[in-house]
Design a protein around this ligand. Structure first.
Ligand SMILES: Cc1cc2nc3c(=O)[nH]c(=O)nc-3n(C[C@H](O)[C@H](O)[C@H](O)COP(=O)(O)OP(=O)(O)OC[C@H]3O[C@@H](n4cnc5c(N)ncnc54)[C@H](O)[C@@H]3O)c2cc1C
Length: 346
């Protein structure tokens, strides 16, 4: 395939958002997605309030359950924060990806099933190499290929793993009517347990922790959640993700821009990812529309700065002996806790 303005590698939520932004900017993007699947992935599935206007602008209204705030819990201590404006939404990944794919189809975006093995570029364009299918020649490439980005690795952009302990995520759904309109976050032992309502009869359960963390054992260690989920039938298979953090040295090399998790991911502890991924996609397309890909690293830093700083800070705290003080401290200064949640949820 030749004559493509922008080839998007990876048809996850960020790649799909990039395609929608590109399409609206008149760029006729092509998405190359390795897997023929329903888009499911280990994720807490909480769309923060800041994501909702962005989705609306893209013509998207995926089904789910309103999220009114966040409730942090540890033992008998609890601190709740209600989002000040419109709610967020708990949305199954499959429902989000389905809605996004439908919109790309409506706009006539080409989606090709192809596993990309790497890219080569010169002053005139980029060649995207695919396993078992023809190469694609494009003016620009957006690498939206996730945490284990083939393109970031091939371009030698992946930074050495930090010496900090690496963390992993797991998630599974259970058939149970949601008992709350908040995202519940339980600090349990050395793992965090997230409960997100995603449908009238389904809750998503995600856990974050060091290697070897078990979803079943983490649930068993939190009496409140154990009781709520007692006898509940699993509504999805157990999925895992990680390790994090994933760091890259820079988010752009020539005509290739890294976007979303591919450009670096700190941790899921703040229940973020999609909002910053969509913001990066928006900035990447603006940079290409302006014919100035080299402006992207600056734009990337600006839209990810708060997420990186706050998430890193919280992970450091959660991995330190002060871990046990996080929720009690937040409950003593609920306003500060609220400000941090709101900064991340914007
Ligand atoms: C446990 C956990 C909980 C989380 N909770 C939340 C939450 O509550 N809210 C939130 O906003 N975020 C959350 N996140 C983060 C969020 O899931 C990610 O930030 C988000 O999925 C990033 O989207 P992406 O499109 O960049 O990458 P992905 O979703 O990973 O998509 C990448 C796509 O690229 C494709 N691909 C990969 N390699 C190739 C290749 N070589 N060729 C072609 N295609 C390829 C893959 O098949 C995939 O479809 C959580 C993450 C974890 C792990």
């Amino acid at each position: 395939m030749t004559g493509v303005k922008v080839a998007i590698v990876g048809g996850g939520p960020v790649g799909l958002a990039a395609a929608l932004f590109a399409s609206r900017a008149g760029m006729h993007p092509v998405i190359l997605e390795a897997r023929d699947h329903d888009g499911d992935k280990a994720c807490g599935e909480g769309l923060m309030p800041g994501v909702m206007p962005l989705l609306k602008n893209l013509g998207l209204d995926p089904p789910g359950r309103d999220l009114l705030g966040v409730s942090y819990r540890q033992g008998t201590t609890q601190v709740d924060h209600l989002f000040p404006g419109a709610p967020g939404r708990g949305v199954r990944r499959t429902a989000l990806v389905e809605a996004m794919r439908a919109e790309t189809d409506r706009l006539g975006v080409d989606r090709i099933q192809a596993r990309v093995t790497g890219v080569t570029q010169d002053a005139a364009g980029v060649r995207v190499h695919c396993a078992d299918s023809d190469d694609v020649a494009a003016d620009y490439v957006l690498a939206c290929d996730g945490l284990h980005s083939t393109i970031a690795r091939q371009l030698g952009l992946v930074a050495r793993p930090s010496r900090r302990a690496r963390r992993y995520g797991l998630r599974q759904h259970f058939q149970r009517a949601p008992w709350s309109s908040m995202i519940e976050v339980y600090y349990a032992g050395n793992a965090e347990l997230y409960i997100t309502p995603v449908a009238d009869d389904t809750v998503g359960v995600a856990v974050l922790g060091p290697k070897g963390t078990s979803l079943e054992q983490t649930i068993a260690g939190v009496p409140e959640v154990r009781a709520r989920l007692h006898g509940a039938v699993p509504a999805s298979t157990l999925r895992g993700a990680g390790p994090f953090p994933h760091r890259v040295r820079r988010a752009q090399v020539g005509r290739v821009l890294l976007v979303g998790d591919a450009a670096g991911y700190v941790d899921a502890i703040t229940g973020e990812g999609l909002r910053v991924g969509f913001a990066q996609a928006d900035e990447a397309i603006i940079a290409l529309r302006d014919g100035d890909p080299s402006s992207y690293p600056r734009r990337w830093r600006a839209v990810t700065r708060e997420f990186r700083l706050l998430t890193r800070g919280l992970v450091v705290l959660a991995s330190s002996p002060l871990r046990r003080s996080i929720v009690p401290l937040a409950s003593r200064v609920p306003r500060v806790f609220g400000v941090v949640v709101d900064r991340l949820a914007r």
